[in-house]
Design a protein around this ligand. Structure first.
Ligand code: FAD
Ligand code: NAI
Length: 471
C-alpha cells in the first residue's frame, strides 16, 4: 500500500458498479474503502430496482397464472386470494438478504464501508460526514435517480403520484393506474399491478413502446401487453397532473401538439427515464464537469479527465443496466491494479422481465441495415415463433418469437432478439456466441437440448440459412 494515502482505492457508491469494483480491488490486494450514503449496501439495483421489482414480478406472475386460467388449463384449479402484505414482506426479505450479503462480502474481502455521502475536497480527498478520507485512486459509481416530469410532483408516501420506488410499495392495488412512459419500468411495474387487478393505461410520448429495441419486437410486445389488458396511448404526452385527495387528474396532449384532454386515476407512475447522480459530489472541487447529458465522460479504461479519478455505471454514458455496471466495476479495478480491464460495450444484453420476457443483444434490424449503408440485401434475418417450439407450446406459452440477424456476406451474427417466457435466460447463449464471433451457421449446427425454449434460437439461426425444421 501507498502510505501517503489512507487507501489505495476509494469507491463512491455501493451499487452493482461500486460494490463489485470494491470487492475486485480488494481481491487484487489494494487497500479499499467504499462510501455509501444509503442505510444499506447494493445501490438502486438491490434496494429499489432490479431485485424488489423482480420479487413483485415473480409473485404477481403466480397470482396471474392462477387468476387468468393458465393454471386451470393445466388441471390445477385454485381461486387465488391476494395477501398483498405478505407479497410485500417477501419482497423486503429478498432485499434484506441480498443487501446483507454484500455487507458480508465486504467484511470477507476486507473492504471498509464508509457510511455517508461523499464530497470531493480535492482529487485525492473526500469528506464523508465528519470524516476525511484520502485515496490514491477514486472511482465515482454514484449511479442514477428518477428523472422528474416538469409540473408533476411525486409523493411516494401518499401513493397517488409515484416513481418506481413508490410503485414497488403500494399498500393497495389501484383501481386505475396511469403509467407515464412505455419504457422498461413502466411495462414491468405496470404489469405487476395489472396482474393484481388494476386497470392500467400506459401513455407513451413516441409512436411505439420500448425505444431502442428491435422494431418487430416493439410492435409484437405491445400487442401481447394489450392482450393482457394494458391500454396504450402512443404519441401522447402528459403535460400536467393535479391531485385532489386520492384522485389524480392528468392532462394529455398529442406529442405533435393539439387538443388537450383529461383523464383521472387513483395512481400515476412517472417512469420517463433516469438521470446520472452528480449533484452534491463536489465535482467543481476537482475541475470535473458533467457532459451535456449530465454524465461523467470517460475513456476506454474508465478514466475521467482528472488524473486518479475513474467512473463507471449509470453515471457514465451507455445503457443504465446493473450487469453493465458490474462488468465495468471489475474492469476499472483491474485497470487501477495495473491489469487490462475491458468491457465489450457492443455486447450488453438487455432484458425486460415481463411475461413473456423481452430480450436482445447486439444490433436491431434497423441498426444493422443502417450499418450496411441502408442496403437491406446485405442483412439476412431468420425468425422462429415460440408457438412452434415444443417446450413453449407444452408449457402453454405460445406468445413471442426469436429473431436472428446476420450479415449476408459473412453470415456473422449481428443481433438476436427474443420474446419468450425465458428470453432473459435464452439471450445469454446468443451473447456468448456473438462474443466468440459466431455465424448463424455455427448456431444452427450446435446441438441444443430437447425440449428447451433455446431450440427456438437454433431454429431462428436455421431460418437465416433458409431451412428451419419445425415451421
Ligand atoms: P446505483 O445502483 O444507482 O448505486 C449508486 C449508489 O451510490 C447508491 O446507493 C447511492 O446511494 C450511492 N451514492 C450516490 N452518491 C453518493 C455519494 N456522494 N456518496 C456516497 N454514496 C453515494 N438493471 C438491470 O440490469 N436489470 C434490472 O432488472 C433492473 N431493474 C431495475 C428496476 C428499477 C425499478 C430500477 C429503478 C432500475 C433497474 N435497473 C435494472 C437498473 C439498475 O438498477 C442500475 O443500472 C444499476 O443499479 C446501476 O448501478 P450503479 O452501481 O451504477 O448505481
Ligand atoms: P426508459 O428510458 O426505459 O423509458 C422511458 C419512456 O418514457 C420512453 O419510452 C420515453 O419515450 C417515454 N417518455 C419520456 N418522456 C415522456 C413524457 N413526457 N410522456 C410520456 N412518455 C415519455 O426509462 P424508465 O422506464 O424510467 O427506466 C429507466 C432505466 O432504468 C431504463 O432505461 C433502464 O436502463 C433501467 N431499468 C432496467 C430494467 C431492466 O433491465 N429490466 C428494469 C427497470 C429499469
Amino acid at each position: 500500500a501507498d502510505h501517503t494515502y489512507d487507501y489505495d482505492v476509494l469507491i463512491i457508491g455501493s451499487g452493482p458498479g461500486g460494490y463489485v469494483a470494491a470487492i475486485r480491488a480488494a481481491q487484487l490486494g489494494l487497500k479499499t474503502a467504499c462510501a455509501e450514503g444509503r442505510e444499506t449496501l447494493g445501490g438502486t439495483c438491490l434496494n429499489v430496482g432490479c431485485i424488489p421489482s423482480k420479487a413483485m414480478l415473480h409473485a404477481s406472475e403466480y397470482f396471474d397464472a392462477a387468476a387468468n386460467g393458465t393454471m386451470a388449463s393445466m388441471g390445477v384449479e385454485v381461486t387465488p386470494k391476494l395477501n398483498l402484505e405478505a407479497m410485500h414482506a417477501q419482497r423486503r426479505d429478498a432485499v434484506t438478504s441480498l443487501t446483507g450479503g454484500i455487507e458480508f462480502l465486504f467484511k470477507k474481502n476486507k473492504v471498509d464501508w464508509k457510511k455517508g455521502y461523499a464530497t470531493f475536497q480535492d482529487a485525492h480527498t473526500v469528506k464523508i460526514g465528519d470524516e476525511t478520507v484520502t485515496a490514491k485512486d477514486i472511482v465515482i459509481a454514484t449511479g442514477s435517480s428518477v428523472t422528474p416530469l416538469p409540473g408533476v410532483e411525486v409523493d411516494n408516501d401518499k401513493g397517488v403520484v409515484v416513481d418506481s420506488t413508490g410503485a414497488l410499495e403500494l399498500a393497495q392495488v389501484p383501481k386505475k393506474m396511469v403509467v407515464i412512459g412505455g419504457g422498461v419500468i413502466g411495462l414491468e411495474l405496470g404489469s405487476v399491478w395489472r396482474r393484481l387487478g388494476a386497470e392500467v393505461v400506459c401513455v407513451e410520448f413516441l409512436d411505439e413502446i420500448l425505444p431502442g429495441m428491435d422494431g418487430d419486437i416493439r410492435k409484437e410486445s405491445r400487442k401481447i401487453f394489450k392482450k393482457q389488458g394494458i391500454e396504450f396511448r402512443l404519441s401522447t404526452k402528459v403535460t400536467g397532473v393535479t391531485v385532489k385527495g386520492k384522485t389524480a387528474t392528468l392532462t394529455l396532449e398529442p406529442s405533435a401538439g393539439g387538443e388537450a384532454e383529461t383523464m383521472t386515476a387513483d395512481c400515476v407512475l412517472v417512469s420517463i427515464g433516469r438521470k446520472p447522480n452528480t449533484k452534491g459530489l463536489g465535482l467543481e472541487a476537482i475541475g470535473l464537469e458533467p457532459n451535456n447529458r449530465g454524465q461523467i465522460a470517460i475513456d476506454h479504461d474508465f478514466r475521467t479527465s482528472v488524473e486518479g479519478i475513474w467512473a463507471i455505471g449509470d453515471v457514465v454514458p451507455g445503457p443504465m443496466l446493473a450487469h453493465k455496471a458490474e462488468d465495468e466495476g471489475i474492469a476499472v479495478a483491474e485497470n487501477i491494479a495495473g491489469q487490462t480491464g475491458i468491457v465489450n460495450h457492443a455486447l450488453i444484453p438487455s432484458v425486460v422481465y415481463t411475461w413473456p420476457e423481452i430480450a436482445g443483444i447486439g444490433l436491431t434490424t434497423e441498426q444493422a441495415i443502417e450499418q450496411m449503408g441502408g442496403d437491406k440485401a446485405k442483412v439476412k434475418i431468420g425468425k422462429f415463433p415460440m408457438m412452434a417450439n415444443s417446450r413453449a407450446k407444452t408449457n402453454h406459452e405460445p406468445d413471442g418469437f426469436v429473431k436472428v440477424i446476420a450479415e449476408a456476406e459473412s453470415d456473422r451474427v449481428l443481433g438476436v432478439w427474443a420474446i419468450a417466457s425465458v428470453a432473459g435466460t435464452m439471450i445469454q447463449q446468443a451473447t456468448q456466441a456473438m462474443e466468440f464471433g459466431a455465424t448463424s451457421e455455427d448456431i444452427a449446427y450446435t446441438c441444443h437440448a430437447h425440449p428447451t425454449h433455446s431450440e427456438a434460437i437454433k431454429e431462428a439461426a436455421m431460418a437465416v440459412q433458409g431451412k428451419p425444421i419445425h415451421i
